[in-house]
Design a binder for this molecule. Sequence first.
Ligand SMILES: NC(=O)c1ccc[n+]([C@@H]2O[C@H](COP(=O)([O-])OP(=O)(O)OC[C@H]3O[C@@H](n4cnc5c(N)ncnc54)[C@H](O)[C@@H]3O)[C@@H](O)[C@H]2O)c1
Ligand SMILES: O=P(O)(O)OC[C@H]1O[C@H](O[C@H]2[C@H](O)[C@@H](O)[C@@H](O)O[C@@H]2CO)[C@H](O)[C@@H](O)[C@@H]1O
Ligand SMILES: [Mn+2]
Length: 442
Amino acid sequence: MKKFSILIAGGGSTFTPGIILMLLDNLDKFPIRKINFYDNDEKRQKTIAEACKIILKERAPEIEFNYSIEPSEVFSDIDFVMAHIRVGKYPMRELDEKIPLKHGVVGQETCGPGGIAYGMRSIGGVIEIIDYMETYSPNAWMLNYSNPAAIVAEATRVLRPKSKVLNICDMPIGTETRMANILGLSSRKEMVVKYYGLNHFGWWTDIRDKDGNDLMPKLKEHISKNGYLPKETDDRQHMDPSWVETHLKARDVYLTDPDTLPNTYLKYYLFPDYVVEHSDPNYTRANEVMDGREKHVFGECKKIFEMGTAKDTTLHTDVHASYIVDLARAIAFNTKERMLLILENNGAIVNFDPTAMIEIPCLVGSNGPEPLVVGKIPQFQKGLMEQQVSVEKLTVEAWTEGSYQKLWQAITMSKTVPSASVAKVILDDLIVANKGYWPELK
Ligand SMILES: NC(=O)c1ccc[n+]([C@@H]2O[C@H](COP(=O)([O-])OP(=O)(O)OC[C@H]3O[C@@H](n4cnc5c(N)ncnc54)[C@H](O)[C@@H]3O)[C@@H](O)[C@H]2O)c1
Ligand SMILES: O=P(O)(O)OC[C@H]1O[C@H](O[C@H]2[C@H](O)[C@@H](O)[C@@H](O)O[C@@H]2CO)[C@H](O)[C@@H](O)[C@@H]1O
Ligand SMILES: [Mn+2]
C-alpha cells in the first residue's frame, strides 16, 4: 500500500499529540512515511514536537519526522496538510469571549462577535498556509479544521477558489458519537445521517440504522429530556462544566423545531440571553481550556521530554479526530465515504444562496467531495441561515476590502447582538484588541 506524507500546520496545537496518536493507531488503514510540523511559534511547537518525536521513535521508528517554523524546510514532498492553527492563541480567544460579554453579548470562540473577531485573524493565516502548500507541494490536499471554519471556508471560496482545500468540523461527529451512545450502538458509523446547515449552525433531519430503520423517535425522546447527555451521570464527570451545560441545553434548542435534531451551538443564536446570564465574564471557556487541556497537554509533553519516554503518558488518542483519517483515506484510496463537509451550496439546498458555504453530507473520493442533494429547507431554518451566512460573507468582505462599515454590518447582523449601537461599541473594542492581527479598517 502507498505510504503518505503529512504536514501538521499548527504543530504547537493542544490537539497535535492526540492527532499523532490517532494517526499511529490507524497506520494499517492509512500508512504514513513522513510527518512534518509547521508553526509560527518556535517555543510552543518545540515542546509538542520534541514529545511527539519520542512517541514516534518508540511506536513507529520508520516514520521520518521533522519540524520547523521555516516553510521551505517542511512543506516540500507533502501529500496532506492537516491545518489547525489558532491565530492569536488563547490570550486572543479570551478577549474574543470577554469583550462581547462586557457589553452583555454572547462571548464565544466561533459564534457572534467573538467568532467574527477570530475570523478576521484566521483568514490571513490560513490563506498563507494554502500558498505555502501550493508553492512547495502543488499536488497536496489541505484538510482544514482551523476555526472559525464557516468564515475560513467562505474566505477560501472567495480568495483561493481553485485550491484543493477541504473544510471540516468535528462537532457533528462528536454529537453523533453521543447519539450512538444514547441508542446503545457501538459506533456512530452504524448510523446513516441526513444533516444540513452552516458550520456550527445545522440540523439533523433523518437518522437511520444500516437496515433503514428510523432512529429519530428514540433520539427525540431522549433529547427532549436530557439533551445530548446520557442518562448516567458518570460521563458528566469527565467533561468540563461548560460542555455539560451546552449538551444539556440542546433539549431547549430541540423544542424550537421538533422535526429535527439541532447542532448544540444553535443555543448561542436561539438563547443568547440565557447564555449571557449563565456566563462568568471573568472566567470564560478560554480560561477553562488554559487551566485544563493546555496545562495537561504541555505538562505531559514536557514530562515525556524529561523522561525520554512516552511509555506512561496520559496523553491519549483523540477518538473524535478519527474523521481526519477517514477524510485523508477517502481522498487517498477513493473510498467514497459519506462525510459531512463544508462546501459551496451550488444548488444542493435548492432554495438557498448557491454561493453559500454549507455543511452537508458528501461522498468523498480521490477527486474530492460529491455533495448529496438536500432539496428544499423550511422557512425557519432558511431565515436563520440567510441571516448567519450574511454575517459570514460580510466578514470576509470586510477583511478583503478593509471595510469598517461591512464589519459593523456583520456584527449588527448577528442574531446574538441586540442592536447596531451595541455592535459598534463591541467592534471598537475589538479593533483595539486585535491591532496587528486584523487588516486596518477604513
Ligand atoms: N473544526 C473543528 O471542529 C475543530 C475542533 C477542534 C479544534 N479546532 C481548531 O483547531 C485549532 C487549534 O486549536 P487549539 O485549541 O489546539 O489551539 P492552540 O492555540 O493550542 O494551537 C494553535 C497553534 O497554531 C499556531 N499558529 C497560530 N497562528 C499561526 C500561523 N499563522 N501559522 C502557523 N501556526 C500558527 C499557534 O502558535 C499554536 O501553536 C483552532 O483553530 C481550533 O478552533 C477545530
Ligand atoms: O472549547 P474547546 O477548545 O474545548 O472546543 C472548541 C471546539 O468545540 C467543538 O469541538 C468539540 C466537539 O464538539 C466535542 O464533541 C468534543 O469532541 O470536543 C471537541 C473539541 O474540544 C467544535 O466543533 C470546534 O470547532 C471547537 O473548536
Ligand atoms: Mn467545529
